[in-house]
Design a protein around this ligand. Structure first.
Ligand code: SAM
Length: 211
């Protein structure tokens, strides 16, 4: 005991330290994020570095990722076929929710184009849908803008079956990797997998005369 410590303060300190010691038994463990959701902090970190003017997420679900990007983007658009997703969106003047299919929003962009600096493709994970989203949105991605694709490296073939959450999105990446004149692409091979793509024709953005 510290000599000049008041006895009542001491007992309060003991209570605090006892609660701290037995916290897990008293309240249960703090919920740990699922290891499969590592993309949330990864993409958040990427957005913190890139600071996109416009971030577009195809398939926001419960906005777990989308809301985490808000501090780092000037403007954000979330697209989801499920109207319920709207209710999970954090309140911000910067965000817009589009309740439609990704095909419908791509058609709207053709009528009124926008320049997307960071695009996350995470809606329908079938090979055909991922390829369609990629090429539908590619013209609207800014020069040296980023395209991310989720669930592209399932840990086993079971996860790549139709109806499982990765589906065969990885096959879209296999196909896209054949000709990478217009972009570069790499996949982080940790389940469920994340593919990073940069739209480019030259390595240095400021020497890229193709645009
Ligand atoms: C895997 S969840 C998205 C998770 C979210 N990106 C995240 O990281 O937190 C997929 C979402 O895509 C939506 N979706 C599936 N197919 C779609 C389509 N064709 N057009 C728009 N949204 C679609 C589903 O409703 C679902 O909410």
């Amino acid at each position: 005991m510290v000599n000049n410590e008041h006895p009542k303060l001491l007992s309060l300190n003991r209570v605090v330290s006892l609660v701290d010691r037995y916290r897990n038994r008293l309240f249960g463990r703090a919920p740990q994020p699922s290891p499969e959701l590592w993309h949330l902090s990864f993409i958040e970190c990427l957005a913190r570095v890139v600071k996109p003017n416009l971030y577009v997420e195809l398939g926001v679900h419960r906005c777990e990722l989308f809301n985490r990007i808000i501090p780092y983007a000037q403007q954000l658009i979330g697209v989801d076929i499920d109207a319920q997703a709207r209710h999970f969106l954090a309140k911000s003047d910067k965000v817009k929710f589009i309740n439609s299919t990704t095909d419908e929003f791509a058609a709207a962009l053709r009528a009124k184009p926008m320049s997307i600096d960071m695009l996350f493709i995470d809606a329908d994970h079938s090979k055909e849908a991922v390829l369609k989203d990629f090429w539908n949105y590619f013209p609207f991605v800014s020069h040296h803008g980023l395209i991310l694709m989720h669930d592209t490296h399932p840990k086993s073939i079971e996860f790549a079956q139709p109806g499982r959450y990765c589906c065969d999105a990885y096959k879209a990446v296999e196909e896209l990797s054949i000709n990478t004149d217009k972009f570069e692409m790499m996949t982080i091979p940790v389940h469920p997998g994340l593919t990073l793509c940069r739209k480019r024709t030259a390595q240095l953005s400021w020497l890229d005369n193709k645009y």
